[in-house]
Each structure stands twice: as C-alpha cells, then as structure tokens.
Design a protein around this ligand. Sequence first.
Ligand SMILES: [Zn+2]
Length: 295
Amino acid sequence: MDKIYSRIKKGEILVGDGAWGTLLIQAGLQPGECPELWSITKPEKIREIAAKYKDAGADIVSTNTFGGNRIKLKMYGLEDKAKEINRVSSYLSRSAVGDETHVLASIGPCGKLVMMGEVSMDELYESFKEQAMALEEGGADACIIETMSDLEEAKCALRAVQENTELEVVLSFTFSKSADGHNYFTMMGVTPSQVISEFGGMDVKIIGANCSLGAEDICGVISEYYQSEKNISYLVYPNAGQPHYTEEGIKYPETPEVFKTYVPKYIEHGARIIGGCCGTTYEHIRAIRKVVDSL
Ligand SMILES: [Zn+2]
C-alpha cells in the first residue's frame, strides 16, 4: 500500500473516519469509564466501529487509543496496561479493515499541563514513545498526534514517534474561535499560523485541525493554515457542530447533509484528508465519500 502522503501527492482526496467516543457512548460507555479499556473488554465492539467506518467509505480508519498514553491511563489506574491497550487497539482496527485501508492510530494529549510542570518532558517522551511503538507493533501504518493545544507537548510527541517508529505522521491541533469571531486559538493560545511556522519545516507533511469547531467554523482555521503555507497537505476533522445537552444525552446539530456541503470548500483550502470528530457518525462519512467521489 502507498503511503498516505504519496497518495495525496498523486492527487487523491482521502476520506477519514468519524467519532469513536460518540459511538462508544451510544454503545453504553458510562461516564467515568475508560474508553480505551473497551479494546480489551469489548474487542468485538471496537472492531465493529472500524469495520463500519471502512464500509461507510473511509480510506483511513483510526484506533481506540485517544487517551492511550500511560499518563492519561494512570487516571484510571490502568498505566500498566498502556502497551497492551495500544497494541490490541491497533490490531483490532487493522484486522477489521484489512491491508488496503490505512490505520491512522490516534495519539491524544496526556491530560496534564506541561507548562505548569505537572509532567516532566522525559516522562512525556517515554509515554508517547511507548504508545507509538505499541501502535506500530499492532499493525498501524500511520498515526495522528491529535487534538493538541500545546506546542511543546506536540513537539515531544512528534519526536517520540519519529525517533522510534516508521509510522507516517499527521499532526493535528484543536482550536476555538475568539469572541469577535475573527481569530482562532488553541487552549494554550496558539494560532493556526504559529502551528505552521513551528512545524512547517520539521518534516511534517500533513497538518490538521480537529475537534472543538463545527464544519463551518473550522473553515477559518483551514484557510489560515493554507494562507500560511500552501505546500503542506491538510487534514480536517470537524465536530458535528456544538453539542446540546438534552434529557436523552448529548446531541450534535450538524447532519450529514449539512456537513457534506463544506467538503468542496475544505478542498479549495488545501484539505486532502476529510473526516469528522465528535458527533459525526457513519452517515457523515458516507456523505463525505459521496461528495469526494463526485468531484
Ligand atoms: Zn472531537
């Protein structure tokens, strides 16, 4: 199988997958329960999610490892299971989708503030290294360092992946919109153009924006990325709008029909991988696939 980046260079637009957490909650994941542990306790459910995303038209499917580094798992007392959880999760996605679909393993933030000294750089590096190596061992061909807010944490994760694995890497940050609606910042105050100036020259060929913003608002981030650097390929995984909390649980307003109308705009702004984050489901991915195929 070609690498993700070489497929993009040949002119392909690739379709990613949608939310995992949302589907796990629908399947009965309880508040306070560790989502990643389901890879061990309910592997058939995890495999089903990966397989259904592939069936919906995803070229790239993720893994159930967003919170899979040992620092985050420690909050559940599961730090000693870090290696197993990552290896098994990666294997489940790979075995569900076969060898012709990319497995883009998820590496999320550690959940501690590096800037406040809550975790040392060495500890952080070792935890990302352990996670990335286990994901590679399980069968992933690529990884996405995702939902990042802090440049130092992202740099550390990137180094850990690049120095210890052959995984192709995507680096993705999450942004909110300023009150006046004109600017975008991560929780740590980083702008999209700062992300590009930090990582544009660091052998990172694919940079992304995921989560926090819905399909419309994320256009502003992608366009700021693209204006800063046109030679990088972009990934965009928006949420299905802002969640509403109702008696039946969390609801997301952006339907697949709404979502798909933004696809041409993303592509115009350099996006080459399009999928979804919180609140998106198989139907959103099916809708994106249809638009991409029609272009
Ligand atoms: Zn999300």
